[in-house]
Structures are given as structure tokens and as C-alpha cells.
Design a protein around this ligand. Structure first.
Ligand SMILES: [Mg+2]
Length: 306
């Protein structure tokens, strides 16, 4: 089925996803504060606010601002926006800080991105962590979501796994959003099959998403054992796990985020990715959506995101 999404609808859908991303990021980051225990969240106790957001949110805001401005990704402009808005204290990895510094000082992004990791390019989870709202924006075309996700990834992640991670998350968000518009909850295995179909079959991310489908209904420790939890901060170690969580808890944002916190690892990023996909489907302030109380506890988003 094809349909038309008007510009303001696209943006509203992307903003719901961004709300889910940023709340997941900010709440997830709270569990790196000494003394915070996942068990407290499991019984409904929230950390004291405000919850500052991290690099995941800062970069996702640049993606959403770019889509609001031009309706598509202009790679040169996006690379510069990432570089100019980067506040290193927000938890950027050293590799990301280096690439963004090169871009800020005039190195073309293809050169800067290719220079990472001795010329292999980054396969980090950074392109996946910021892309969910883009998938929501292109909910009417998974092909367009995948192509635009690739464009948004390439400016910092030249490695095929880094790009595949972004494509997987964007397509997951696009499919989740489309199901919201059509008024149904996709079966977890169908959602993961749709994601796998869009991702380069030569990648570990693709194999991971297929593995995730085989683990639906299994326990969290089993899923973490087989898929990772982002502790290696690579796309391969992060994206399939987040797809498993999102597919499992697509209509229950709090449960999805609690699952990421319980899994440990790169919690701000896994919760950002999962939060973006689940909020794209479940919404904000709705039953199963991002709780208003959580949204109010998150540090306000930067003014420039509008
Ligand atoms: Mg972060």
C-alpha cells in the first residue's frame, strides 16, 4: 500500500520518535551514575530529574532539524551540523570527536569518515543511535527510509556495518510508524523480517537481525548472550539486540526502556534506539507511549531543533 504523508505529519511523527529517543537516552544515561540500580526502575522508582541527554540526542536533533529544513538529508550540511553542534562532554566517543573535529576544521566528510580506524571507517553504533526519527519521517517508503538513513550514516560511518546499523534502525522505525498509521501492531517476527530484508545481507548486522527473530519469546539473558547489549559500542553488538527489544515491546515504551536498562551495556544508546522505534509506534503521552512524567524529567531539547 502506498499513501501520501504531508510535511507537517512527517515532522510530527519524527518528533514523537525523537521524544522517545531522547527520553531513552537521558534515562539510560542515569544508570551510569554510581549508586543507580536497574532494580529501582523495575519497581517504578525513577531517578531524580533532570536527566541530561547525551550525544545520541544531540546528533538526532541535527537529523530532525535537517529534515524539518529541507525534507531530505544533504550530507554536506548534515556533516557540518554534527561537527558544529558537537559538545564533547555529552559523551561522544574519542573516534567521533576526532572525525567531527576534522570536519569542523575543513576536512571533507568523505575523507574524515574514511580516516577512522586505520582507514576502515567506523562501525560504531553512532549512525544507528541518531536515525530512528528519520525512519518515522519516511514512514511511507522503507526504500526511501533506507536510502536516507545510508546518507545520514555515511558522513561519519564509512564502514558497511555502521551503515547497515543505521539502515536497520530507520527501517524498523518506518515500519513501526506505518503500522501506527494503519492502526495495528505488527507481529514481532514480521517486523524483524521487514528489517532484515532492507539490510545488506553481507553484513553481521543483517545476520544479527535474523538471529534476533529466532530469539523472540526467549529470555533477556539469552538475547543478550546471542546478540550483545552494545557493550562493544559497535553496530554489530547493538542493533540486532535493539531490534529484538523493540519488536518484543513495540506497544509498551516503559517496558522497552526497562529492558534496555536491565540488559546493561551501552544503555543510553540501546535505550535511545529502542525508544525511537517504540515511540514512533506508541506515541507520546498515550497508553503504552512515552510517559509524560518521563518526558518532563528529561532535560529540554536544544532550542535550535524547533
Ligand atoms: Mg550517549
Amino acid at each position: 500500500m502506498s499513501f501520501t504523508l504531508f510535511a507537517d505529519t512527517r515532522l510530527a511523527l519524527a518528533r514523537d520518535s525523537l521524544a522517545g529517543l531522547s527520553v531513552g537516552d537521558a534515562l539510560g544515561a542515569q544508570f551510569f551514575v554510581p549508586g543507580r540500580r536497574p532494580a529501582e526502575l523495575a519497581v517504578g522508582s525513577l531517578p531524580p530529574s533532570p536527566w541530561p541527554w547525551t550525544d545520541d540526542t544531540e546528533m538526532a536533533c541535527s537529523v530532525v532539524a535537517a529534515l524539518a529544513e529541507g525534507g531530505r538529508i544533504d550530507r554536506d550540511a548534515l556533516a557540518l551540523a554534527f561537527a558544529e553542534r558537537c559538545e564533547p562532554y555529552r559523551g561522544y566517543g574519542p573516534g567521533a570527536v576526532r572525525i567531527l573535529r576534522l570536519i569542523r576544521t575543513g576536512t571533507p566528510w568523505p575523507v574524515a569518515a574514511a580516516s577512522a580506524f586505520d582507514g576502515q571507517g567506523s562501525c560504531g553504533n553512532g549512525a544507528a543511535m541518531r536515525v530512528g526519527p528519520l525512519g518515522a519521517f519516511f514512514a511511507d517508503s522503507t526504500g526511501r527510509a533506507a536510502a536516507q538513513a545510508r546518507a545520514s550514516a555515511e558522513v561519519t560511518h564509512a564502514h558497511p556495518e555502521g551503515i547497515a546499523g543505521a539502515v536497520a534502525v530507520a527501517v524498523a522505525a518506518a515500519l513501526a510508524t506505518r503500522a501506527r498509521l494503519d492502526g495495528y501492531r505488527p507481529a514481532p517476527d514480521r517486523l524483524l523480517a521487514g528489517v532484515a530484508a532492507a539490510v545488506d545481507p553481507a553484513t553481521e548486522v543483517h545476520r544479527g537481525v535474523r538471529r534476533a527473530a529466532g530469539l523472540l519469546g526467549r529470555s533477556l539473558p539469552e538475547a543478550v548472550d546471542a546478540l550483545g547489549n552494545g557493550s562493544r559500542v559497535t553496530a554489530q553488538d547493538t542493533v540486532a539486540f535493539t531490534c529484538w527489544v523493540a519488536a518484543t515491546h513495540l506497544d509498551d515504551y516503559p517496558a522497552a526502556i526497562r529492558t534496555c536498562v536491565q540488559a546493561g551495556g551501552d544503555v543510553d544508546t540501546t535505550a535511545a534506539i529502542v525508544g525511537a522505534v517504540v515511540a514512533a509506534h506508541a506515541g507520546v503521552g498515550t497508553p503504552g507511549g512515552v510517559p509524560t512524567e518521563w518526558l518532563d524529567a528529561r532535560e529540554p531539547l536544544p532550542d535550535w531543533v524547533g
